[in-house]
Design a protein around this ligand. Structure first.
Ligand SMILES: *Cc1c(COP(=O)(O)O)cnc(C)c1O
Length: 485
């Protein structure tokens, strides 16, 4: 086993069985409930056995139906053959922790909505701050997801910036930024990207020099191509022009684990932008993406805890520190699942935020998977790689029959459909639309007979992908040849 594939400090580590964990969790909650003395559940909550059986059967049938059937079911997000969107099930420990806390159903809007999960939330925010290199007094909390985390960061930015100062985002930033800027009544300025999909620094400097921009949103790990905005160069630019800097690390934030000087990261992984997260004013990160959590778990962190004053409603506090964090007072949302904090807490106790233990090796495997596949694609005559992957997302397209964008588009769609429709060995990818300009920058031989073309996109966010890319590549290359002939 190569040194960088270290899985755990302990030799006997294995993937835990979710049923055993659930059973232990349910037993513990049963015992806890029993300790509060017997009572009779109200008959109004009863369900007749036949109705229950039929409804449960229908429910489970729908969840597990054929994805391509009449009433479409779920795609196999858990399986390495699913390499399409940012979707995978939580780790078994997160599932068990969530189920246990959910039976109690604490509400993390306030510490007394459930003190244990409230405290766990403070602890995991501390863990995330440490991973990102933010100071220990950084203020933060969990959110429903990245969109709300970004909204809160942009809202605080608006409160701090002079009126009408624009928010600069790159064209490749998540689409929800402009939507949320609309909610906030702030204008966004879309900056062009370079050929690799990263924010263009020259355009950023021009915009900052103009004086209209108050806040810059950088994305280390874009949702489309996994491109990493050059944060280490954006930080000094924002300082020079006095702009606030928010990092939308909803997808990419956990890659910070592999950005340490001595962390083993594969070739082409840009460490410097992830190290620069430490210098951002705020960071959004989604544990429900690369943190092995079920949906409903984003986070926002602020370098300066004093921004807590903007959240003040009837709170007597004028200065906030993480010690004095009263969750509901520093969050736009009110009710939030304490179970989400519990699940993340247990996960990080089992799989800590370290480069060589816990989550680091999970992320490392995903990065290696993308590089391994990129190498195979480049060596293959059947496919073309759009650009070298920076994180674990890659875009590519079948070698088209004619050197035109319309042929690229058609071939990509046909391969996508064909792979998904296979009965015995399907592969699930996604489609991503690329502008003629970007495609031609990489492939000048392609004629721009339309404005954009769909290419194939794959998110290799499961560590199992590392050992499955040969198979995935084989299947995709085979489909490309079949579509061509
Ligand atoms: C997923 C994502 C978001 C949106 O987060 P949700 O958790 O889906 O609300 C925002 N920005 C980036 C870069 C993302 O990848």
């Amino acid at each position: 086993m190569p040194e960088d594939a270290l899985m755990s400090e302990e030799d006997d580590a294995r993937v835990p069985d979710v049923r055993a964990l659930l059973a232990r969790a349910m037993d513990a909650i049963d015992d806890w409930e029993a300790g509060w003395a017997d009572y009779d559940p109200h008959p109004s909550l009863g369900v007749a056995p036949e109705r229950l059986d039929a409804a449960m059967g229908a429910y489970l049938d729908r969840l597990t139906a054929d994805p391509e059937g009449q009433a479409p079911g779920n795609y196999p997000f858990f399986h390495p053959r699913y390499a399409g969107q940012m979707l995978k099930p939580p780790h078994p420990v997160a599932t068990a922790a969530y189920a246990a806390a959910q039976r109690i159903n604490p509400n993390n809007h306030a510490l007394d909505g459930g003190p244990p999960t409230g405290q766990m939330e403070q602890e995991v925010i501390g863990d995330l701050a440490a991973m990102l290199g933010l100071p220990s007094e950084a203020l933060g909390h969990l959110t429903g997801g990245g969109t709300v985390a970004n909204l809160e960061a942009l809202w605080v930015a608006r409160e701090l910036a002079a009126p009408r100062q624009k928010i600069a985002v790159s064209e490749a930033a998540h689409y929800t930024h402009s939507r949320m800027a609309g909610v906030l009544g702030v204008e966004t300025l879309a900056l062009p990207t370079d050929d690799a999909g990263r924010m263009d620094l020259g355009a950023l400097e021009d915009a900052l020099a103009d004086g209209a921009v108050g806040t810059v949103v950088a994305t280390p790990g874009t949702t489309g191509r996994g491109a990493v905005d050059p944060l280490s160069e954006i930080v000094p630019l924002c300082r020079r022009y006095g702009a606030r800097l928010h990092a939308d690390a909803a997808y990419g934030g956990f890659f910070a684990l592999l950005s340490g000087e001595d962390a083993v990261a594969p070739e082409g992984f840009p460490k410097a932008p992830f190290r620069a997260l430490a210098a951002c004013d705020s960071v959004a990160i989604d544990p429900h993406k690369h943190g092995l959590q079920p949906y409903g778990c984003g986070a926002v962190l602020f370098r300066d805890p004093d921004v807590g004053r903007f959240y003040q409603h009837d709170s007597p506090y004028t200065y906030f520190t993480s010690d004095a964090l009263h969750l509901g007072e520093i969050s736009l949302e009110c009710s939030r699942a304490g179970a989400a904090a519990g699940a993340l807490w247990l996960t990080l106790r089992c799989l800590p935020l370290e480069a060589r233990d816990g989550l680091g090796p999970v992320l490392g495997a995903c990065l290696r998977a993308a590089r391994r596949w990129a190498t195979r694609i480049e060596a293959s005559g059947a496919l073309r790689l759009l650009s070298a992957p920076e994180t674990d997302i890659l875009c590519f397209f079948p070698e088209p029959r004619a050197a035109t964008l319309s042929a690229v588009d058609r071939a990509s769609r046909r391969v996508f459909d064909r792979l998904m429709a296979s009965d015995d060995d399907p592969v699930f990818l996604s489609l991503y639309r690329v502008s003629a300009e970007t495609l031609r920058a990489h492939f000048p031989d392609l004629e721009a007979d339309q404005e954009e073309a769909a290419v194939l996109r794959s998110v290799l966010m499961k560590p199992e992908h590392e050992n499955e890319v040969e198979r995935l590549h084989g299947r995709v290359a085979e489909a490309c040849r079949a579509v061509r002939s």
